[in-house]
Design a protein around this ligand. Structure first.
Ligand SMILES: [Fe+2]
Length: 261
């Protein structure tokens, strides 16, 4: 089983995102790259649009429609639920409830739970009682190894602008994850960096963006800025021993391949 995870598309209706980043063009390149590798499914972990408009979602949806395999989306803090529901096919966003856009997907060997971590008034996200109850019920309904898929990382990755304030209601999520050992991964975005951490017994993988890398340093936390960068994404798959492994692809201009000598 092979899963491509792309995140933080920040597609604008026309032109460059924030005036400098070619996000829609980058997404087209990544879709072609993914089609060349042939995963079983593609997960899109939020911030599909840059300002949340329907035109942005429709442009992103048209590019994602070129994927040869099913794709699923979850909202980010730059997305508006209503526009996402209107602009994305139902197959990509099976949740149609107004309260939160969470849903479950059954794959042959894994289960995917898309948890909507957004709140229109809270950019750093929120897990409410209703979503916590939904998640707990889903996890209790099946012991199948599960990938939890949400926009906001549940822990602090030493990223100033997303650590403070942290994800609201994270204590609810923490308790649920800690008592369900079958959550194999928590797949996130939001920080525009590839970062990983073990949290409450599960591996949290934050995916990089489609071309707006956070200008991050461990020694210089401070004002938020980004670097225009090559698009990058994650690849999660079961290896021949049945272990879930995660790789990262960056669509850099590289030279090679060369044989090791
Ligand atoms: Fe983002």
């Amino acid at each position: 089983m092979k899963i491509a995870q792309i995140s933080d598309l920040h597609v604008v209706a026309a032109g460059k995102t924030q005036g400098v980043a070619q996000m829609a063009e980058n997404l087209e390149k990544v879709v072609a790259h993914i089609n060349g590798l042939g995963p079983d499914v593609v997960l899109v972990s939020g911030d599909i649009a840059d300002t949340g408009t329907l035109a942005e979602v429709q442009r992103a949806a048209a590019i994602l429609a070129e994927l040869n395999v099913p794709f699923y989306v979850t909202p980010g803090n730059h997305d508006l639920r209503e526009a996402l529901q209107k602009g994305m096919p139902v197959a990509a966003l099976p949740a149609r409830a107004a309260g939160h856009l969470s849903y479950a997907v059954e794959l042959p060997k894994r289960r995917i739970l898309a948890l909507d971590s957004t709140d229109p008034d809270v950019p750093n996200g929120r897990i409410c009682e209703a979503r916590a109850a939904w998640l707990a019920a889903e996890l209790e309904s099946s012991a199948k190894p599960t990938l939890l898929f949400m926009h906001h990382p549940p822990l602090k990755f030493s990223v100033d602008e997303t650590d403070r304030p942290p994800l609201e209601g994270v204590e609810l999520l923490s308790e649920i994850v800690a008592r369900h050992g079958h959550i194999e991964r928590i797949l996130c975005g939001h920080i525009h960096l590839f970062a990983q951490a073990l949290w409450q017994g599960s591996l949290v993988c934050a995916a990089p963006s489609m071309g707006m890398r956070l200008n991050w340093s461990p020694n210089a936390l401070g004002a938020s800025s980004f670097l225009v960068s090559p698009p990058a994404y994650l690849w999660h798959m079961l290896n021949e021993d049945g272990n879930m492994i995660t790789h990262a692809f960056s669509l850099d201009d590289v030279d090679g391949p060369f044989a090791f000598t």
